[in-house]
Unconditional design. Structure first.
Lengths: 155, 155
Protein backbone atom coordinates (compact mmCIF):
# COMPACT_ATOMS: atom_id res chain seq x y z
CA UNK A 1 0.00 0.00 0.00
CA UNK A 2 1.39 3.35 -0.94
CA UNK A 3 0.17 6.89 -1.05
CA UNK A 4 1.55 8.93 -3.91
CA UNK A 5 4.33 11.40 -3.10
CA UNK A 6 1.89 14.13 -4.08
CA UNK A 7 0.10 13.75 -0.77
CA UNK A 8 3.17 14.85 1.15
CA UNK A 9 3.75 17.84 -1.13
CA UNK A 10 0.08 18.76 -0.95
CA UNK A 11 -0.11 18.72 2.85
CA UNK A 12 3.09 20.75 3.19
CA UNK A 13 1.76 23.24 0.63
CA UNK A 14 -1.49 23.70 2.53
CA UNK A 15 0.34 24.25 5.82
CA UNK A 16 2.41 26.97 4.14
CA UNK A 17 -0.70 28.55 2.60
CA UNK A 18 -2.27 28.60 6.06
CA UNK A 19 0.43 31.09 7.11
CA UNK A 20 -0.53 33.72 4.51
CA UNK A 21 -2.08 37.03 5.41
CA UNK A 22 -5.78 37.22 4.51
CA UNK A 23 -6.19 37.82 0.78
CA UNK A 24 -2.61 37.02 -0.12
CA UNK A 25 -1.59 34.15 -2.38
CA UNK A 26 1.42 32.02 -3.16
CA UNK A 27 2.39 31.06 -6.67
CA UNK A 28 3.34 27.42 -6.92
CA UNK A 29 4.17 24.86 -9.53
CA UNK A 30 3.11 21.91 -7.38
CA UNK A 31 0.73 20.04 -9.65
CA UNK A 32 -1.56 18.83 -6.88
CA UNK A 33 -2.64 22.37 -5.98
CA UNK A 34 -5.00 22.25 -8.95
CA UNK A 35 -6.60 19.05 -7.65
CA UNK A 36 -7.08 20.67 -4.25
CA UNK A 37 -8.55 23.71 -5.92
CA UNK A 38 -11.01 21.44 -7.75
CA UNK A 39 -11.92 19.87 -4.44
CA UNK A 40 -12.73 23.25 -2.93
CA UNK A 41 -9.81 23.32 -0.49
CA UNK A 42 -7.86 26.04 -2.30
CA UNK A 43 -8.84 29.03 -4.34
CA UNK A 44 -6.92 29.83 -7.52
CA UNK A 45 -6.63 33.59 -8.02
CA UNK A 46 -5.98 34.42 -11.69
CA UNK A 47 -3.76 37.15 -13.08
CA UNK A 48 -0.10 38.17 -12.87
CA UNK A 49 -0.37 38.76 -9.12
CA UNK A 50 -2.44 35.61 -8.66
CA UNK A 51 -1.70 32.30 -7.08
CA UNK A 52 -3.27 29.97 -4.54
CA UNK A 53 -4.79 30.59 -1.15
CA UNK A 54 -6.92 28.53 1.20
CA UNK A 55 -10.60 28.44 0.25
CA UNK A 56 -11.58 27.87 3.87
CA UNK A 57 -10.08 28.21 7.34
CA UNK A 58 -7.30 25.81 8.45
CA UNK A 59 -9.73 24.53 11.11
CA UNK A 60 -11.99 23.36 8.28
CA UNK A 61 -9.39 21.48 6.23
CA UNK A 62 -8.52 17.97 7.35
CA UNK A 63 -5.79 15.58 6.27
CA UNK A 64 -8.54 13.39 4.84
CA UNK A 65 -9.74 16.26 2.63
CA UNK A 66 -6.25 16.57 1.18
CA UNK A 67 -5.62 12.83 0.75
CA UNK A 68 -8.94 12.37 -1.06
CA UNK A 69 -8.39 15.45 -3.25
CA UNK A 70 -4.99 14.20 -4.39
CA UNK A 71 -5.52 10.43 -4.44
CA UNK A 72 -9.19 10.23 -5.38
CA UNK A 73 -12.11 8.86 -3.42
CA UNK A 74 -11.62 5.10 -3.94
CA UNK A 75 -10.69 2.96 -0.95
CA UNK A 76 -7.23 1.35 -0.87
CA UNK A 77 -8.80 -2.09 -1.17
CA UNK A 78 -10.87 -2.47 -4.32
CA UNK A 79 -12.92 -5.63 -4.46
CA UNK A 80 -12.71 -7.26 -7.87
CA UNK A 81 -15.32 -9.84 -6.89
CA UNK A 82 -12.95 -12.79 -6.94
CA UNK A 83 -15.99 -14.76 -5.81
CA UNK A 84 -17.24 -14.46 -9.40
CA UNK A 85 -13.88 -14.88 -11.16
CA UNK A 86 -11.58 -17.10 -9.14
CA UNK A 87 -10.89 -20.80 -9.59
CA UNK A 88 -14.22 -21.61 -7.92
CA UNK A 89 -16.60 -18.89 -9.12
CA UNK A 90 -20.17 -18.32 -8.05
CA UNK A 91 -22.58 -18.65 -10.96
CA UNK A 92 -24.24 -15.36 -10.05
CA UNK A 93 -23.47 -12.48 -7.72
CA UNK A 94 -24.39 -13.37 -4.13
CA UNK A 95 -26.76 -11.02 -2.34
CA UNK A 96 -24.42 -10.64 0.66
CA UNK A 97 -21.27 -8.56 0.17
CA UNK A 98 -17.93 -10.35 0.28
CA UNK A 99 -16.90 -10.69 3.94
CA UNK A 100 -13.29 -9.92 3.01
CA UNK A 101 -14.31 -6.67 1.34
CA UNK A 102 -16.42 -5.73 4.38
CA UNK A 103 -13.46 -6.26 6.73
CA UNK A 104 -11.03 -4.35 4.52
CA UNK A 105 -13.42 -1.41 4.16
CA UNK A 106 -13.91 -1.32 7.93
CA UNK A 107 -10.14 -0.81 8.31
CA UNK A 108 -10.25 1.91 5.67
CA UNK A 109 -12.97 3.66 7.67
CA UNK A 110 -10.72 3.61 10.76
CA UNK A 111 -7.91 5.12 8.68
CA UNK A 112 -10.15 7.83 7.28
CA UNK A 113 -11.68 8.62 10.67
CA UNK A 114 -8.20 9.28 12.04
CA UNK A 115 -7.27 11.51 9.08
CA UNK A 116 -10.60 13.33 9.41
CA UNK A 117 -9.78 14.12 13.04
CA UNK A 118 -6.63 16.10 12.13
CA UNK A 119 -7.04 19.60 10.76
CA UNK A 120 -4.36 21.81 9.25
CA UNK A 121 -4.90 24.09 12.25
CA UNK A 122 -3.97 21.17 14.53
CA UNK A 123 -0.85 20.39 12.48
CA UNK A 124 0.21 24.03 12.82
CA UNK A 125 -0.45 23.94 16.57
CA UNK A 126 1.75 20.81 16.85
CA UNK A 127 4.42 22.57 14.86
CA UNK A 128 4.26 25.60 17.13
CA UNK A 129 4.60 23.33 20.17
CA UNK A 130 7.91 21.90 18.92
CA UNK A 131 9.21 25.30 17.75
CA UNK A 132 10.59 26.27 21.16
CA UNK A 133 13.12 28.82 19.90
CA UNK A 134 10.87 30.18 17.13
CA UNK A 135 13.29 29.10 14.42
CA UNK A 136 10.59 27.39 12.34
CA UNK A 137 8.31 30.42 12.47
CA UNK A 138 11.23 32.71 11.57
CA UNK A 139 12.06 30.53 8.57
CA UNK A 140 8.43 30.55 7.41
CA UNK A 141 8.20 34.32 7.81
CA UNK A 142 11.41 34.79 5.84
CA UNK A 143 10.05 32.62 3.04
CA UNK A 144 6.73 34.46 2.96
CA UNK A 145 8.43 37.86 2.97
CA UNK A 146 10.00 36.87 -0.33
CA UNK A 147 7.12 34.98 -1.93
CA UNK A 148 3.78 36.13 -0.51
CA UNK A 149 1.69 37.94 -3.10
CA UNK A 150 -0.37 40.58 -1.38
CA UNK A 151 -3.82 41.15 -2.79
CA UNK A 152 -4.72 44.40 -4.52
CA UNK A 153 -7.16 45.18 -1.73
CA UNK A 154 -4.60 44.74 0.99
CA UNK A 155 -1.86 46.72 -0.78
CA UNK B 1 -3.82 5.16 -2.03
CA UNK B 2 -4.12 1.69 -3.46
CA UNK B 3 -3.41 -1.80 -2.29
CA UNK B 4 -2.15 -4.13 -5.01
CA UNK B 5 -4.65 -6.60 -6.44
CA UNK B 6 -2.45 -9.32 -4.97
CA UNK B 7 -3.83 -8.60 -1.52
CA UNK B 8 -7.31 -9.64 -2.58
CA UNK B 9 -6.04 -12.85 -4.22
CA UNK B 10 -3.89 -13.61 -1.22
CA UNK B 11 -6.70 -13.24 1.34
CA UNK B 12 -9.06 -15.35 -0.75
CA UNK B 13 -6.34 -18.00 -1.15
CA UNK B 14 -5.76 -18.17 2.60
CA UNK B 15 -9.47 -18.53 3.32
CA UNK B 16 -9.62 -21.46 0.87
CA UNK B 17 -6.51 -23.04 2.42
CA UNK B 18 -8.17 -22.74 5.84
CA UNK B 19 -10.79 -25.24 4.61
CA UNK B 20 -8.28 -28.04 3.93
CA UNK B 21 -8.12 -31.20 5.98
CA UNK B 22 -5.07 -31.33 8.27
CA UNK B 23 -1.95 -32.21 6.28
CA UNK B 24 -3.53 -31.63 2.87
CA UNK B 25 -2.33 -28.99 0.45
CA UNK B 26 -3.55 -27.06 -2.57
CA UNK B 27 -1.43 -26.41 -5.60
CA UNK B 28 -1.70 -22.85 -6.79
CA UNK B 29 -0.12 -20.55 -9.30
CA UNK B 30 -0.99 -17.39 -7.36
CA UNK B 31 2.35 -15.62 -7.11
CA UNK B 32 1.72 -14.12 -3.71
CA UNK B 33 1.58 -17.51 -2.01
CA UNK B 34 5.37 -17.54 -2.08
CA UNK B 35 5.52 -14.19 -0.28
CA UNK B 36 3.14 -15.51 2.36
CA UNK B 37 5.25 -18.61 2.70
CA UNK B 38 8.31 -16.43 3.24
CA UNK B 39 6.41 -14.54 5.92
CA UNK B 40 5.62 -17.75 7.78
CA UNK B 41 1.87 -17.74 7.07
CA UNK B 42 1.92 -20.67 4.64
CA UNK B 43 4.00 -23.77 4.34
CA UNK B 44 5.19 -24.91 0.92
CA UNK B 45 5.25 -28.69 0.70
CA UNK B 46 7.63 -29.84 -2.06
CA UNK B 47 7.19 -32.77 -4.41
CA UNK B 48 4.67 -33.89 -7.03
CA UNK B 49 1.90 -34.16 -4.43
CA UNK B 50 3.00 -30.94 -2.77
CA UNK B 51 1.45 -27.53 -2.61
CA UNK B 52 0.58 -24.95 0.02
CA UNK B 53 -1.09 -25.22 3.38
CA UNK B 54 -1.46 -22.89 6.33
CA UNK B 55 1.62 -22.74 8.56
CA UNK B 56 -0.55 -21.83 11.56
CA UNK B 57 -4.16 -21.94 12.63
CA UNK B 58 -6.70 -19.56 11.00
CA UNK B 59 -7.15 -18.00 14.44
CA UNK B 60 -3.48 -16.97 14.29
CA UNK B 61 -3.48 -15.35 10.85
CA UNK B 62 -4.76 -11.80 10.59
CA UNK B 63 -5.58 -9.62 7.62
CA UNK B 64 -2.64 -7.45 8.65
CA UNK B 65 -0.28 -10.45 8.41
CA UNK B 66 -1.41 -11.00 4.82
CA UNK B 67 -1.33 -7.34 3.77
CA UNK B 68 2.19 -6.89 5.14
CA UNK B 69 3.41 -10.16 3.59
CA UNK B 70 2.16 -9.14 0.14
CA UNK B 71 2.70 -5.36 0.21
CA UNK B 72 5.76 -5.12 2.43
CA UNK B 73 6.16 -3.47 5.80
CA UNK B 74 6.41 0.21 4.79
CA UNK B 75 3.59 2.54 5.79
CA UNK B 76 1.40 4.03 3.06
CA UNK B 77 2.74 7.51 3.79
CA UNK B 78 6.51 7.69 3.36
CA UNK B 79 8.03 10.92 4.59
CA UNK B 80 10.60 12.26 2.14
CA UNK B 81 11.60 15.01 4.57
CA UNK B 82 10.25 17.84 2.47
CA UNK B 83 11.39 20.02 5.36
CA UNK B 84 14.93 19.46 4.08
CA UNK B 85 14.17 19.60 0.34
CA UNK B 86 11.23 21.89 -0.33
CA UNK B 87 11.26 25.51 -1.44
CA UNK B 88 12.15 26.60 2.12
CA UNK B 89 14.50 23.89 3.40
CA UNK B 90 15.95 23.54 6.89
CA UNK B 91 19.71 23.71 6.86
CA UNK B 92 19.95 20.57 8.99
CA UNK B 93 17.55 17.87 10.09
CA UNK B 94 15.40 19.07 13.00
CA UNK B 95 15.42 16.98 16.16
CA UNK B 96 11.62 16.75 16.29
CA UNK B 97 9.90 14.51 13.72
CA UNK B 98 7.76 16.20 11.08
CA UNK B 99 4.30 16.78 12.57
CA UNK B 100 2.69 15.80 9.26
CA UNK B 101 4.48 12.47 9.25
CA UNK B 102 3.47 11.87 12.87
CA UNK B 103 -0.21 12.46 12.05
CA UNK B 104 -0.13 10.29 8.93
CA UNK B 105 1.56 7.43 10.78
CA UNK B 106 -1.04 7.65 13.55
CA UNK B 107 -3.76 7.04 10.94
CA UNK B 108 -1.75 4.11 9.56
CA UNK B 109 -1.62 2.64 13.06
CA UNK B 110 -5.43 2.85 13.28
CA UNK B 111 -5.68 1.07 9.93
CA UNK B 112 -3.29 -1.65 10.99
CA UNK B 113 -4.95 -2.11 14.37
CA UNK B 114 -8.24 -2.78 12.62
CA UNK B 115 -6.64 -5.27 10.21
CA UNK B 116 -4.85 -6.94 13.12
CA UNK B 117 -8.18 -7.47 14.86
CA UNK B 118 -9.58 -9.61 12.03
CA UNK B 119 -8.39 -13.21 11.75
CA UNK B 120 -9.03 -15.64 8.91
CA UNK B 121 -11.08 -17.64 11.41
CA UNK B 122 -13.31 -14.57 11.90
CA UNK B 123 -13.68 -14.09 8.14
CA UNK B 124 -14.77 -17.73 7.84
CA UNK B 125 -17.23 -17.29 10.71
CA UNK B 126 -18.73 -14.26 8.94
CA UNK B 127 -18.97 -16.29 5.76
CA UNK B 128 -20.74 -19.10 7.58
CA UNK B 129 -23.19 -16.60 9.05
CA UNK B 130 -24.28 -15.40 5.60
CA UNK B 131 -24.34 -18.94 4.14
CA UNK B 132 -27.88 -19.69 5.32
CA UNK B 133 -28.63 -22.43 2.77
CA UNK B 134 -25.13 -23.93 2.87
CA UNK B 135 -24.53 -23.16 -0.81
CA UNK B 136 -21.15 -21.52 -0.19
CA UNK B 137 -19.90 -24.45 1.89
CA UNK B 138 -21.15 -26.92 -0.74
CA UNK B 139 -19.29 -25.03 -3.46
CA UNK B 140 -16.10 -24.99 -1.40
CA UNK B 141 -16.40 -28.70 -0.66
CA UNK B 142 -16.94 -29.46 -4.33
CA UNK B 143 -13.83 -27.48 -5.24
CA UNK B 144 -11.72 -29.17 -2.58
CA UNK B 145 -12.96 -32.63 -3.61
CA UNK B 146 -11.37 -31.98 -6.99
CA UNK B 147 -8.22 -30.12 -5.94
CA UNK B 148 -7.23 -31.03 -2.38
CA UNK B 149 -3.97 -32.96 -2.26
CA UNK B 150 -4.08 -35.35 0.63
CA UNK B 151 -0.82 -35.89 2.44
CA UNK B 152 1.02 -39.24 2.21
CA UNK B 153 0.34 -39.79 5.90
CA UNK B 154 -3.37 -39.28 5.53
CA UNK B 155 -3.75 -41.46 2.40
Amino acid sequence: MKLGDGVEQAIHSVTMLSCLQPGSTLSAAVKHLQAMSGAGLLEAVPGPKGGYRLARAPEKITLLDIVLAVEGPEPAFRCNEIRLRGPNPYSCKPAAPCTINVAMLRAEQAYRAELRRVTIAAIMADLKAIDRDGAIAARTNGFLALHERKSGNAA
